[in-house]
Write a protein of this length. Structure first.
Length: 272
């Protein structure tokens, strides 16, 4: 067994070999697979797997991250299915387990966890050298972030409206923001999975809201726009707070995107 080939569910995976047929149900993982040079082995993706655009559009779609089409996946005869604990439904994954020989479970919770993710996929799909190069690039970004002394700020990172929803501190998003000394409120831990990691909030009954200095409106999963930003700037409950849009892919996508995402956050924080 090659080192690093144990996934987030504790399952050890043998090397797949050149005949591997991969379906990815995770947008950021699909992007990572292409970055590892696995273009020819990727046979299926979700409709949200859109990067890199020119390559992803040539791969068959099998539904969404949660609304998966099992028959479409079965028709592709995959040897490997890549899923994520947060993004995919357990019941769906169990159903697919009935006919997909190998299911690789991922669950990075901090930017540094991407190093193990690179190693895992590199070991399974014979891309160890490519994974090592990505790891070196990520380490450089992490060192760059650690070398800065950004002023701490309390932030509210909004991912949805009606109801308003934010992120708990044990999410990947919150961990990314901490690299630039931005600390998400409320100060809650949501557990290992489930809605508790993405709590709903009411501006009228959130005593911690007074401590928020910056409100970040993410471009995903809800696509906030400048119109939403302008409306919140007029909301008296948020008076005195800096309210701005933020690229959700840069903050929430792990895999190869983390390298670019950290650089993006460093630029944002430096310009604050």
């Amino acid at each position: 067994m090659q080192p690093g080939a144990v996934d987030a569910a504790g399952v050890a995976h043998e090397p797949a070999g050149p005949a591997a047929r991969i379906v990815s149900l995770v947008p950021s993982i699909t992007e990572l697979l292409f970055a590892l040079g696995l273009d020819r082995q990727i046979v299926g993706r979700t409709g949200f797997c859109v990067h890199p655009h020119d390559k992803a559009r040539q791969v068959r779609k099998v539904g969404g991250t949660k609304a998966v089409n099992p028959d479409a996946i079965r028709a592709l005869r995959p040897t490997h299915l890549i899923v994520n604990i947060d993004e995919n439904e357990r019941d769906t994954v169990e159903q697919l387990r009935g006919f997909v020989p190998h299911i690789v479970v991922t669950h990075p919770q901090t930017p540094r966890d991407n190093l193990a993710l690179y190693t895992l996929l590199g070991a399974i799909f014979d891309r160890a050298r490519e994974a090592e190069r990505l790891g070196e690039a990520l380490e450089a970004r992490l060192h760059e972030a650690a070398a800065h002394a950004f002023t701490p700020q309390n932030v509210l990172y909004l991912i949805w409206r009606e109801p308003w929803m934010t992120v708990a501190r044990d999410t990947y998003i919150s961990a990314m923001l901490r690299l630039v000394n931005w600390h998400t409120l409320p100060d809650v831990q949501g557990g290992t999975a489930g809605a508790g990691r993405y709590p709903a909030l009411d501006f009228d009954s959130a005593p911690w809201l007074a401590r928020v200095e910056r409100v970040l409106l993410s471009s995903e999963p809800y696509r906030f726009t400048q119109t939403h930003c302008d409306a919140l700037k007029r909301d008296a409950r948020l008076a005195g707070k800096r309210i701005e849009l933020i690229d959700g892919e840069m903050v929430s996508w792990y895999g190869v995107r983390a390298i670019e995402g950290i650089a993006y956050l460093l630029r944002r924080a430096a310009a604050a």
